[in-house]
Design a protein around this ligand. Structure first.
Ligand SMILES: Nc1ncnc2c1ncn2[C@@H]1O[C@H](COP(=O)(O)OP(=O)(O)OP(=O)(O)O)[C@@H](O)[C@H]1O
Length: 473
């Protein structure tokens, strides 16, 4: 086993001489064997080793005994050890996720902090070849899209790198190594759901594979590496292409050109969809969950109807309007509730709201306009006053200047590429009959500019505090 692991580490350049290596030790045979293996390499490669153990507190006294066992092994091996009680239950309450996800998130957060604390080069885990087979087959069966490559040999973690030196050896190899070297370990009796499913694959599928080919774990490992290499190459291409597909981007929204997106080859479209979600800071677990909706998204882009929207689970929605498609994470309701307005606009006078103000004044001629964002001209005599400044309502329609029919305000927002999280707080000016006469930066009606220049005019001015208005106008 040692030789296989040595070669694997060399081939992937997992550890360099003089590295600080953190070892994630649960107390089970895999990670204890890893601890032992690296201990033997410590002098040869001049390594600094630190063992890490996260106590999940999920299995009562078993959890505490695991921690005590890991500490004792580290004392015996003469390896520094850091243990931490992880607050998994709190995490579940705050994020309403599964025990598995919570335990994993807490553990990796602990690992990241330790990488920073020890300025570590790498953190090694005990994942092995049988874990790889189980993961790849389970994902095939459940359908995992880009996750079919299984467990990567290495990935970045915090300021360092996560490495899995045992992926090319089997569980049996590890158990034999423990036996030959007299290494004790803990056995996990937990009955978590994921383990149940895994156990079924382990007990029923793995023996069949191993009978066909005792080294099947190495075949799977090679497959996994090819898939990861192909995937990283294609993701790089998708990233390049996507820069020409995205027409606008803020932290919370991304606008793409439908045609440019569909012009990409399908393998790049798949990856581009993921990248867009990543750009919107949607965490990886959710991106994986959302990947099953990718087909629905493509359907939206290719459908004959040029507009439509999708409300994805969580806080992502996607809205297509003709050749543009907007991805947006939902506005923070608390923040925008403060922006809601429904107030009369006195003439002359002013309505202020969280993001800005609208002013109205009556002027004798057309001097208005210098330095203002918008000048709206109208004959107060013909305009049913009072005016109201409000936010949009469901079903709002407007007759834009120069047109005879009405248009949905929603479509105008889309055409003007106003990110959805801003739309609910965008000012809408209406007359006494609640007819929209002006939506700053978006549309104004015939009423707004039909008068001869020398008449008395109503001058409206809008100032929004943030840059969104300027972007749109
Ligand atoms: N509580 C923990 N503290 C530190 N590292 C952990 C912990 N749980 C898991 N790990 C790391 O993650 C790897 C994979 O975890 P997994 O739960 O699949 O293994 P395990 O059942 O704990 O068994 P083993 O320790 O034998 O790998 C472990 O090998 C170990 O490196």
């Amino acid at each position: 086993m040692k030789r296989t692991v040595d070669q694997f580490i060399q081939r992937h350049r997992l550890i360099q001489e003089g590295n600080t290596v953190l070892i994630a030790v649960s107390g089970g045979p895999d990670s204890i064997a890893l601890l032992h293996y690296l201990l033997e390499k410590r002098r040869v490669w001049n390594l600094r080793l630190v063992a890490l153990h996260g106590e999940h507190g999920l299995r009562g006294s078993d959890s505490v005994e695991d921690m005590t066992f890991v500490k004792a092994m580290c004392v015996e091996f003469g390896i520094e050890c850091v243990t931490e009680k992880l607050n998994v239950k709190n995490y579940i309450d705050e994020h309403s996720c599964s025990v598995q996800e919570a335990a994993r998130e807490c553990r990796y957060y602990f690992f990241e902090r330790m990488i920073a604390r020890f300025k570590a080069d790498v953190l090694a885990t005990g994942h092995h070849g049988d874990d790889q087979i189980e993961t790849m087959v389970m994902r095939q069966v459940r359908g995992a899209g880009s996750g079919l490559g299984g467990i990567p040999v290495t990935r970045s973690l915090g300021g360092g790198k996560l490495i899995r030196p045992f992926l090319n050896v089997s569980k049996d190899d590890i158990l034999l190594y423990c036996e030959e070297n007299g290494i004790p370990y803990r056995t996990d009796h937990s009955n978590e759901e994921d383990k149940y499913t895994r156990n079924r694959f382990r007990k029923q599928v793995l023996p069949f594979f191993k009978e066909e080919n005792p080294n099947v774990h190495q075949r799977f490992q090679s497959q996994s590496e090819w898939l990861h290499e192909d995937d990283s190459y294609l993701t790089g291409l998708a990233e390049e292409k996507l820069s020409g597909v995205i027409t606008e981007r803020t932290k919370k929204s991304i606008m793409i050109s439908v045609k440019a997106f569909l012009d990409m080859p399908i393998p790049l479209q798949r990856r581009a969809f993921h990248l867009i979600l990543n750009y919107l800071s949607i965490d990886n677990i959710r991106v994986q969950a959302l990947s099953i909706h990718r087909k629905v998204f493509i359907d939206l882009l290719v459908q004959a109807n040029p507009s439509g929207h999708l409300d994805f689970p969580g806080d992502l929605f996607v809205e297509r309007s003709y050749d543009v498609c907007l991805f947006s994470t939902e506005r923070d309701t608390k923040e925008t509730e403060g922006d809601k307005v429904d107030e009369q606009l006195p003439v002359p006078g002013m309505v202020t709201f969280k993001r800005g103000k609208i002013k109205a004044s009556v002027q004798e001629n057309d001097r208005a306009g210098s330095g203002s964002l918008w000048v709206f001209k109208s004959d107060p005599g013909h305009l049913p006053l009072p005016l109201t400044v409000r936010t949009r309502k469901n079903g709002d329609r407007v007759v834009p200047k120069g047109m005879t029919g009405t248009k949905k305000l929603k479509d105008l927002f889309i055409n003007k590429k106003v990110p959805r999280h801003l739309r609910d707080s965008w000012p809408v000016v209406t007359d006494r009959e609640d007819r929209i006469i002006w939506v700053p930066g978006i549309v104004h009606t015939e009423t707004g500019s039909a008068l001869p220049k020398k008449d008395k005019m109503l001058y409206l001015e809008c100032e929004l505090d943030d840059d969104s208005f300027r972007e749109v106008t």
